[in-house]
Design a protein around this ligand. Structure first.
Ligand code: AMP
Length: 305
């Protein structure tokens, strides 16, 4: 197995200036694995849902090469539920509800067929669970990337730091980088966070793109200027899924290839925000993805002479 994704598979209820949803399918693991499936044709997911979770979504995952043996279904229990409301700028949001439900006592199972995976993407989940998955893999994957959020910094900072120390790439947003490092400058924050363990740090800045830090090098990728952002939920996860899917499919985790992987992730994220939830990710083709990647190339290429 090339890639394993760990992360919430969940229900979300979202409110944006453009509208409101009831419970729809979401979850970090869902967005990540759907995004990476554009590049990796065989991958596994480790997560948990209740028996209220739609089997159609699991079928959809399977049809896209996402093996769900590691997705536990707890009979009589409810899936994780998150609800958020976006401000008018669409860059900031308030969490209204976080119901852990099945995630509260989640003991991740790594199926035998997932052993030997080369790339591991630890999506947003409790840092203890993220670390347990690393410990349950017999061989350390070639590259481990991790996403997290302020929620875990607020309630489980020590656990979070222990897990961060074990990963190669940390992917967080600017606010989270400031909270984790305790400093405002992102360049200073990057130094402090990379001293916690990860060799690579990606700081996402929403509609202002993303920064990749490694040693003394910094790479910047813009976000595609879009006329309309409908729902940013899952954009960060989609970015991470596209990034890791690209690296795993090309089997190259050099800094140069990470730049290309960031553009792949940014292109997928630019689609994700065009509709509520995971809908847009299920509609686009590889061709439209490649066209969008070309738009990024045009957006950023210039000559100095
Ligand atoms: P993003 O917009 O990329 O930050 O991701 C949003 C997704 O993360 C939603 O689909 C939620 O279901 C999921 N999510 C929100 N809070 C948590 C949490 N504390 N743990 C795990 N997943 C979460």
């Amino acid at each position: 197995m090339k890639l394993i994704t760990v992360g919430s598979v969940a229900f979300d209820a979202i409110e944006t200036p453009f509208g409101k949803t009831n419970k729809i399918v979401g979850g970090a693991g869902t967005f990540i694995s759907l995004a990476s499936s554009f590049y990796v044709k065989q991958q596994g997911i480790v997560s948990v849902v209740g028996d209220d979770f739609p089997s159609e979504t699991i079928d959809l995952m399977n049809s896209r090469g996402i093996d769900t043996k590691g997705l536990q279904i707890k009979v009589g229990e409810k899936s994780f539920f998150w609800s958020g409301k976006y401000h008018n700028d669409m860059n900031s949001r308030d969490t209204l509800v976080t119901e852990l439900n099945v995630l509260e006592h989640f003991d991740p199972i790594v199926p035998d067929s997932y052993q030997g995976c080369e790339y591991l993407m630890l999506g947003n989940l409790s840092p203890q669970v993220q670390r347990t998955v690393i410990e349950r893999l017999n061989i350390r994957p070639k590259l481990i990337a991790m996403d997290t959020m302020n929620f875990w910094m607020d309630i489980a900072l020590d656990e979070l730091k222990k897990t961060i120390a074990l990963v190669d790439v940390l992917i967080i947003n600017d606010e989270e980088a400031r909270q984790l490092s305790g400093v405002y400058s992102l360049v200073k924050a990057a130094k402090i966070i990379r001293n916690m363990g990860p060799k690579y740090l990606i700081i996402k800045k929403g509609e202002h793109g993303a920064l990749l830090f490694h040693h003394e090098e910094i790479f910047f990728a813009p976000a595609l200027p879009l006329e309309e952002v409908f729902d940013p939920t899952g954009a960060g996860d989609t970015f991470a899924g596209g990034f890791m899917g690209y690296l795993a499919a090309s089997n190259d985790s050099s800094f140069e290839n990470m730049k290309r992987a960031i553009i792949a992730g940014s292109a997928l994220a630019s689609f994700c925000v065009e509709k509520f939830g995971t809908q847009k990710l299920t509609e686009i083709s590889s061709e439209s993805l490649n066209n969008r990647i070309s738009e990024f190339e045009k957006l950023t290429s210039f000559q100095t002479k």
